[in-house]
Design a protein. Structure first.
Length: 456
C-alpha cells in the first residue's frame, strides 16, 4: 500500500540543513511520499490531504534547491531572510503533513484491526514533528548572528580584538549540524521500525488493499481518467524542465530529464507494451541531448573565458574563438530539435489512439508537434547566438583599432541572444498551454462518457 515508499521519502527529511542548503534534496523525498500515498489517498481522506500538502511542497523545495545554489554563489547577504522564510514555512508545512500522515495511519489502524500500531503512530508522529522544529530552528540561528550590531572601532594603544558572534558562527554550525544529524538518525530509526511493522502486518495491509480494490481497481472509468490525468501532468512538468538553469556554464536542468519524464508519461498511459515503439526515437534523442549538453558545457566555458565573465568555468576554446562552434552547435541543436518534434509526435499520436478507443474522439496531435518544432528552432538560435557574439568579440580584441565594427556586431548579437532566450521561454509556455488545453478536453470527454455509461 505504499508504506515503504513513504519511509523512503522520509529519509530525505531526516538530515541536517545549513541555512537553506539541504544535504539531501527534500523535493525527492516529497515525490516518493506522494507516490506512496497514491493508493492510501483513495482509502482515507486524511491521506488525500497529506498527499495534497506534499505535492504543493515539491515546487517549494525545488525553489529552495535553486536558491541554495544561487544565493551561496552570488548573493550571500540574501541568506538571512530566505533562511527565516523557509524555516518558518517548513515547520508549518511539515507539521500539517505529519499530522495528516500519521493521523491517517492511526485512524485506519483504529478501524481495521491495527490497534497494536496506535501507540507507535502517536509517539513517532510527535518525535518527527519535534525533529522538524529543531532542525529548522537550528538552521536559522547561525544566520541570525548577522543581526548583531558591529562593534565600534577602538584606536587606543592597548586595543583588543572585539569578540563577536560572527566569529563563532562556523563552530556553531558544526555543533548544530552534528546535533541535528544525531537526532535525525534516532528519529529515522524509530520511523524505520514503525513502517516496517506496518508493511509486515498482512492483516491490516490486506484490509486496506481490499478497500482500494473495491473502490478503484474495479472502476474502469476512474482508472481511465487517472491514466490520462497523470499523463498530462507528467507531460506538463516535463515541458517545465525544458527551461535551462545555467550557472557557470553548467545546465542544472539538462533536457534529457524532460525527455525521460515524457517517456514515463507515455508508458504510464499506453502501457509497457509500447516501450519498443518509443525506444528508437528515445535513444536517438537521448544521444543527441547528451552530446549537445557536453558540447555546450565546454563551449560555454570558452565564452566565459573570452568575454571575461567572472566564472569558475572559464577555459579557452579554439572552437569558440574561431567560430567553428557556431556550425557544430547549430547542427547538434537542430538535430536534437528535429528529434524532439518527432518524439512528441510519436507520444501524442499514441495518446490520441488510446483516447479514441475510449471516447471515439481524437486528441490534437499537430498543435503540440508545431509547438515542439518552434521550441527546437528557438533552441538553435539560443545555442548559436553566444558563439557568434564571442567570435566577433574575439575579432575585436585582436585589433581594437580597426575592429570597432566587430564590437558593435558583438553587442548586437548579445542583444539577439537575450531575445532568443525569451523566444525559447515563450515556446515552452506554448507547449505547456497545449497540454493544459488537451487535458481539459480529455477530462470533459471522459467525464461525459462516464455519465453516459451510468445513464445506460
Amino acid at each position: 500500500m505504499g508504506f515503504r515508499l513513504i519511509f523512503a521519502g522520509l529519509i530525505f527529511f531526516f538530515n541536517p540543513c545549513i541555512n537553506i542548503f539541504d544535504i539531501l534534496p527534500d523535493f525527492i523525498g516529497c515525490i516518493l511520499i506522494s507516490a506512496g500515498l497514491l493508493r492510501l489517498a483513495d482509502v482515507e481522506d486524511r491521506f488525500y490531504s497529506a498527499r495534497r500538502i506534499v505535492n504543493r511542497m515539491i515546487p517549494i523545495y525545488i525553489l529552495k534547491l535553486f536558491l541554495s545554489v544561487c544565493l551561496t554563489v552570488s548573493w550571500k547577504s540574501g541568506l538571512l531572510p530566505f533562511t527565516f522564510i523557509y524555516s518558518v514555512g517548513e515547520i508549518i508545512l511539515n507539521v500539517l503533513l505529519f499530522a495528516n500522515l500519521y493521523g491517517g495511519i492511526e485512524y485506519m489502524a483504529n478501524l481495521h484491526d491495527g490497534e497494536k500500531h496506535l501507540s507507535a503512530a502517536s509517539s513517532v508522529c510527535k518525535m518527527t514533528v519535534a525533529f522538524s522544529v529543531v532542525k529548522n530552528i537550528l538552521a536559522f540561528i547561525p544566520e541570525a548572528f548577522a543581526l548583531e550590531k558591529s562593534p565600534e572601532y577602538d584606536f587606543s594603544y592597548n586595543a583588543r580584538q572585539p569578540q563577536t558572534l560572527a566569529m563563532a558562527k562556523p563552530y556553531v554550525i558544526v555543533f548544530f549540524t552534528l546535533a541535528v544529524l544525531i537526532f535525525g538518525i534516532y528519529t529515522l530509526y524509530h520511523n524505520a521500525k514503525f513502517f516496517s511493522s506496518l508493511s509486515k502486518d498482512t492483516n491490516f495491509v490486506g484490509i486496506l488493499s481490499g478497500i482500494y480494490k473495491e473502490r478503484i481497481l474495479n472502476n474502469r472509468d476512474v482508472l481511465d481518467r487517472r491514466r490520462f490525468s497523470s499523463y498530462f501532468i507528467l507531460m506538463t512538468v516535463s515541458c517545465v524542465l525544458l527551461c535551462d538553469l545555467v550557472i557557470d556554464a553548467v545546465n542544472f536542468i539538462p533536457n534529457i530529464l524532460a525527455y525521460a519524464l515524457m517517456l514515463v508519461a507515455a508508458l504510464r498511459l499506453c502501457g509497457k507494451s509500447y516501450a519498443p515503439k518509443f525506444a528508437p526515437a528515445t535513444i536517438i534523442l537521448g544521444v543527441f541531448s547528451v552530446i549537445t549538453a557536453a558540447f555546450r558545457s565546454v563551449c560555454d566555458s570558452g565564452v566565459n573565458y573570452r568575454m571575461g565573465y567572472e566564472s569558475y568555468m572559464a577555459q579557452q576554446s579554439l572552437l569558440v574563438d574561431s567560430g567553428k562552434a557556431i556550425y557544430i552547435g547549430g547542427i547538434l541543436a537542430l538535430a536534437e530539435g528535429l528529434m524532439f518534434a518527432i518524439f512528441v509526435f510519436i507520444i501524442c499520436r499514441s495518446a490520441s489512439k488510446e483516447f479514441s478507443q475510449i471516447t471515439g474522439e481524437a486528441l490534437p496531435v499537430s498543435t503540440p508537434v508545431v509547438a515542439a518544432s518552434v521550441f527546437g528552432i528557438c533552441s538553435v538560435f539560443s545555442v548559436v547566438t553566444p558563439y557568434i557574439k564571442t567570435m566577433y568579440y574575439n575579432m575585436y580584441i585582436n585589433d581594437t583599432l580597426i575592429g570597432i565594427p566587430y564590437k558593435e556586431l558583438s553587442d548586437t548579437w548579445e542583444l539577439a541572444q537575450g531575445w532568443s532566450n525569451i523566444a525559447r521561454f515563450i515556446s515552452v509556455v506554448l507547449l505547456i498551454s497545449c497540454f493544459i488545453k488537451m487535458r481539459r478536453k480529455a477530462d470533459l470527454y471522459l467525464r461525459s462518457e462516464n455519465i453516459d455509461n451510468e445513464y445506460e
